[in-house]
Design a protein around this ligand. Structure first.
Ligand code: MLZ
Length: 462
């Protein structure tokens, strides 16, 4: 499975023009390259860009103005075309041959106007002087900052502990195989290799994902970890031939400190939780175990197998656990345990019936963070059920810090709730910058408002 958007002829610029929708601005994505610099990038900036409208054999440049911004992609208009948009071009401002004004002079490059406009403007020098007075341009260190922000503390051969996709209640040792744009391809240490050396079991996640941890994390917080099967030899794979190096806490994102007063989550307390295997559902759930460092194991009421193998670890600061009543007060359909129905279910009755307590509201991290996303905005988002795939997606709802993401062209049952600060969502153009493959929408997207149905079945867990 998996498609390549570029090969499939998908282009963000024309896709957005057709739908009339906007892309979420880069400044919404804290972990994304250039997020902190994005205040300096706006419509009206002037830049020097490769001139593609010339018959000259060598690379020459020309001045252009940013007329539209969607994620990392800018629509540029060459100077001289004025109100004529027929030669506008979309380019990725982070990767394309785009530079601050003055770059050509410093680097001995030629500024040459496109042939078409060349004829009807007589005095270029005067024309440009007029146009450039008081104009703003890219920060000089733009491309340096870009390169800095793509640096990653992980490389092939680093060992980590990561959720076991075959049993989500435990972690498993894995080794970094590939790093693309801060996303890691992890190979389980005893995942096995096929007859021609192919990897049988891998997992993808961002460096800052809550699912990946330094070596010895599980033991430290009391999380269960799969014992590595020493009979499985991965030695013939390049990632394992390197000198393996254990990851350390410094390489990971610091979690927000949690409230550890007199009260904390306790075993048996009820809450609402995003179902880890069905990320579009928020369910009636229970705290099953309290670990150290603010982590808890959560089970989904009424569907647990009973041996704890389907519990899931969430940090107390996670967006995925919510206080009792959260769905009701935010008009989100709560997924009830089998045998209950919406007409008669109330939390009050349920707590009484089960003789349990609701986890106190103050323990949850439901602060509104003022994220800037609004419904309809487009982005590139990981399908967390198949975390190798980064897909064309749309924000469908915003509730507090939660975003409901829709994958364009797919049925709503593939929708997923994610945190607005999730490291697995990216601005439009991110894949192009990092060289990551983008999954295009399935088939042509219908006109706004209608959903095209897709016959594919719901994805398997992970
Ligand atoms: N194997 C899956 C892929 C689903 C990917 C969806 N991404 C939004 C299927 O075809 O069902």
């Amino acid at each position: 499975f998996g498609q390549d958007a570029t090969l499939a002829g998908f282009d963000w610029g024309s896709y957005l023009e057709k739908s009339g929708l906007l892309a979420a601005p880069v400044s919404c994505f804290r972990h994304a390259p250039l997020c902190a610099q994005w205040d300096d990038i706006y419509v009206g900036l002037k830049v020097e860009v490769l001139n593609t409208h010339t018959a000259l054999p060598s690379k020459v440049y020309w001045i252009a103005t940013v007329v539209q911004l969607t994620g990392y992609k800018a629509l540029l208009r060459y100077e001289g075309f004025e109100d004529d948009d027929s030669h506008d071009l979309w380019c990725n401002i982070a990767t394309a041959d785009v530079h601050p004004i003055g770059w050509c002079a410093v680097n001995s490059k030629l500024l040459v106007p496109p042939q078409v406009v060349h004829q009807h403007i007589k005095d270029w020098k005067f024309y440009l002087m007029e146009r450039l007075v008081g104009a703003h341009t890219l920060p000089v260190d733009f491309h340096v900052k870009m390169a800095d922000s793509l640096r990653c503390p992980f490389r092939q051969g680093v060992r980590v502990e990561v959720v076991d996709r075959s049993q989500v209640s435990r972690t498993r040792l894995a080794v970094v195989d590939t790093v693309i744009g801060g996303r890691l391809r992890l190979l389980y240490e005893d995942g096995g290799l096929g007859p021609s050396g192919e990897v049988l079991s891998d997992f993808w996640c961002h460096t800052q994902s809550p699912l990946v941890h330094p070596v010895s994390w599980s033991e430290r917080v009391g999380h269960s970890i799969k014992e590595t099967d020493v009979n499985v030899n991965m030695g013939s794979h390049p990632a394992f031939r390197k000198v393996l190096q254990n990851s350390v806490p410094d390489q990971f994102k610091k979690l927000r400190t949690v409230y550890l007063g007199n009260t904390f989550f306790e075993e048996g307390m009820k809450l609402e939780a995003v179902d880890p295997l069905n990320l579009g559902n928020i369910c009636v759930a229970s705290v099953r175990k309290v670990l150290l460092d603010g982590y808890i194991m959560v089970g989904i009421d009424g569907v647990e197998i009973g041996d704890g193998s389907d519990w899931f670890c969430y940090h107390a600061s996670s967006h995925a656990i919510l206080p009792v009543g959260y769905c009701e007060s935010n008009d989100i359909p709560l997924t009830l345990p089998p045998g209950y129905d919406h007409a008669t279910f109330t939390w009050e009755k349920y707590l009484e019936e089960t003789g349990t307590l609701a986890a106190p509201r103050r323990l949850f991290n439901t602060d509104d963070v003022g994220h800037g996303f609004t419904p309809g905005m487009k982005l590139e988002a990981v399908d967390l059920m198949e975390p190798r795939l980064v897909c064309v997606a749309t924000v469908r709802r915003c509730v507090g810090r939660l975003l409901l993401l829709h994958f364009d062209g797919w049925e709503p049952e593939f929708d997923q709730w994610v945190d607005c600060q999730s490291p697995e969502i990216y601005p439009v153009g991110w894949c192009e910058i990092t060289g990551y493959q983008l999954q295009p929408p399935i088939g042509p997207e219908p006109p706004q408002g209608q959903e095209r149905s897709n016959t594919s079945k719901k994805a398997k867990p992970f």
